[in-house]
Write a protein that binds this ligand. Structure first.
Ligand code: NAD
Length: 361
């Protein structure tokens, strides 16, 4: 079954198609494209899906640009090299770039599309769960600098997004689980029924080709779409999507981005945010246990190694002495609602980090 979601952003509306086999669906592609086509992918995804994509496109790609796999490839050099390749053809302003891959390829391609000739069209074909439910939707594009991740980027909406859950069959289970963490996050901040769907059937999620998985993906995307349409440039509500991320980023930084996938660190961050929310009396303490059990059923971590509390506070931008009134954290304000608080007592934050495994020796 093909499902569609219209994303009516003020700047540039587009449609998301979701369906098993959609990547290779000629009819769907023929309605989307005209003009020159350029596919951008990486050396892990291209061998798996480029043939199928190519055979479904209305015309052969003018260029196929394959970059090496990895987060480190979302860099200035690749961004520049791709633009030079486009200019060398030359690729014209009415061309469409097709991003075939996970969030790294989506962000890199999107940023090239945002800047080449002051902005050309691009279509996202996300092939990881995280990219399907999160990165491909909302128009954020970026590359990394040595000084930090996603420091250079632009808001540039895709012309279309094609989500084919069949691509998840080749994704390592750990990557899939990391994607589910972002879905749990969106459920916690605005869709309690989605949380129940996980509680009632996470066993079936191993089969990524099932209708159940497609249903969860569609619902997660629908939630993200509602948020980004209401707040395209992250002036308000969209910031709530950062639930668990301030904790998660600190954990990723202190473990050198090696121990955890982003979604895994976010999973621990969700437990931390829920615990802190319960200590502030914003949610029932039972919710913390409920979240831990859902995450554990998905093989996601719910606690961290004994990282030093002070280092975590530093990374969170929360110097112990000046914490009060400064650190802005997304917390839960009941199940299905989130809020931003900047009045967290230091001691409660320390207790929360300890609850999640950090060490205060
Ligand atoms: N723009 C946004 O709004 C947004 C939101 C969240 C994350 N991001 C960005 O997304 C990136 C993370 O995305 P990701 O988790 O998709 O990582 P990724 O793109 O690195 O993909 C993870 C791994 O899976 C491989 N892969 C992709 N699809 C596959 C498939 N179908 N089968 C087998 N292997 C496959 C990739 O080659 C890679 O090795 C980060 O750079 C992050 O900053 C962007």
């Amino acid at each position: 079954m093909i499902e569609t979601i219209d994303v009516n952003t003020a700047s540039s509306p587009y449609r998301i198609g979701i369906g098993r086999g959609l990547l290779a669906n000629k009819e769907h592609w023929s309605e989307l494209l005209n003009g020159q086509l350029i596919v951008i992918s990486n050396d892990r995804v291209a061998p798996l899906y480029l043939d199928a994509l190519r055979s479904a496109l209305p015309c052969q790609p003018l260029l196929e640009i394959i970059v090496p796999d990895g987060e480190q490839e979302k860099n200035v050099d690749n961004w520049m090299a791709i633009q030079n390749q486009l200019a060398g053809v030359p690729v014209s302003r009415d061309a469409t770039l097709i991003a075939l891959g996970g969030g790294v390829i989506g962000d890199l391609t999107g940023f090239v599309a945002a800047t080449y000739m002051r902005g050309i069209r691009f279509v996202q074909v996300p092939t990881t769960l995280l990219a399907q439910v999160d990165a491909s939707v909302g128009g954020k594009t970026a590359i990394n600098l040595t000084a930090g991740k996603n420091l250079v980027g632009a808001f540039h909406q895709p012309g279309a997004v094609i989500v084919d859950p069949n691509t998840l069959s080749t994704l390592p289970p750990r990557e899939t689980a990391a994607g589910w963490a972002e879905v749990i996050k969106v459920a916690l901040i605005r869709d309690p029924e989605l949380l129940e769907l996980f509680e009632n059937g996470s066993d079936g999620l191993q089969d990524t080709g099932s209708q159940q998985v497609q249903t969860l993906i569609t619902r997660a995307i629908y939630n993200k779409v509602e948020v980004v349409v209401a707040d395209e440039k992250e002036a308000g509500e969209r910031a709530l999507l950062n639930l668990g991320h301030t904790f998660g980023h600190a954990i990723e930084t202190l473990t050198d981005y090696r121990k955890y996938l982003h979604g895994e660190a976010v999973a621990i961050g969700l437990v931390a945010a829920a615990h802190l929310s319960s200590r502030l009396g914003l949610v029932d303490p039972d919710l913390v246990q409920r979240i831990k059990s859902i995450l554990s059923d998905l093989s996601l971590p719910t606690s961290m190694p004994a990282l030093p509390v002070n280092d975590l506070l530093d990374c969170m931008g929360a110097d112990k002495k000046v914490l009060e009134g400064r650190l802005r954290l997304v917390l839960l304000n009941g199940l299905g609602q989130a809020c931003i608080r900047n009045d967290i007592p230091t001691q409660l934050l320390v207790e929360t980090l300890e609850y999640c495994g950090a060490s205060n020796d």
